[in-house]
Design a protein. Structure first.
Length: 228
């Protein structure tokens, strides 16, 4: 047996282990080797190196033979399972079939009784369904008539409002034009002082008397045609 040499002190800074303490403990408990073994072997400790080498040798053997052994065991298990499942399936199916035969006889007897009962129930359901349908039909007819009246009224109100909105457009446009004209007048006065030329600023007029009269006649004719 080779004696362990006395490893020196590792001066390289380990930044990882302090941040992975849980994983470090798992390495030892799950795989039988720790980072201390790694550090000692790296620093020349023979015992630690032998320990790691032996585990590595066993790992190589396991990697080579374990899958083959596992496959052999699996084939034994699968064969035994298939054999016993086949026997079980035969017996289970025999029992199920016997029960199904008995149930078929019972169901035929019960179905014969149910047939008579359901004919009586169906006649009662028909009477009730007819009554319910008559009630639904009467309600739907009344609902449809009232809905038609309300729809016609709402459409009339909407149409009248739309006509009023259209007739107001020249006035709204004129308000915007007047505001724009006033702004231009003020800017002209501020920019030119006594040299201001207000006569060069165009003032839009969307509501002359002739246009207002024409619009009034058109809207009156449209309202009359629509029945307002």
């Amino acid at each position: 047996m080779v004696k362990s040499s006395n490893p020196g002190k590792l001066t390289l800074k380990n930044h990882v282990t302090p941040k992975a303490g849980k994983i470090n403990r798992v390495l030892k408990t799950k795989f039988g080797v720790s980072l201390d073994d790694f550090t000692n072997a790296m620093m020349g400790d023979v015992s630690s190196a032998q320990k790691i080498g032996e585990l590595a040798r066993q790992g190589r053997l396991s990697a080579e033979f374990a899958p083959k052994l596992a496959q052999a065991y699996q084939e034994i298990i699968n064969g035994s399972t298939a054999y016993n499942k086949a026997i079980s399936e035969i017996l289970v199916n025999a029992g199920k079939s016997a029960i199904e035969i008995d149930k078929a006889v019972m169901n035929a007897t019960l179905a014969n009784t149910q047939y008579g009962h359901k004919r009586s129930e169906l006649a009662a359901e028909l009477i009730n369904a007819r009554h319910t349908e008559n009630q639904r039909h009467n309600y739907q007819m009344n609902y449809t008539q009232i809905k038609g009246y309300i729809d016609a009224y709402l459409v009339g109100v909407d149409n009248q409002a739309n006509l009023i909105d259209q007739s107001n457009r020249p006035g709204i446009k004129q308000l915007s034009a007047d505001e724009t004209y006033k702004t231009k007048i003020v800017n002209e006065a501020l920019n030119r002082g006594d040299d201001a030329r207000f006569d060069l600023i165009t003032q839009k007029n969307y509501q002359p008397n002739t246009v207002r009269g024409l619009l009034a006649e058109k809207f009156t004719a449209i309202k009359s045609a629509l029945g307002f």
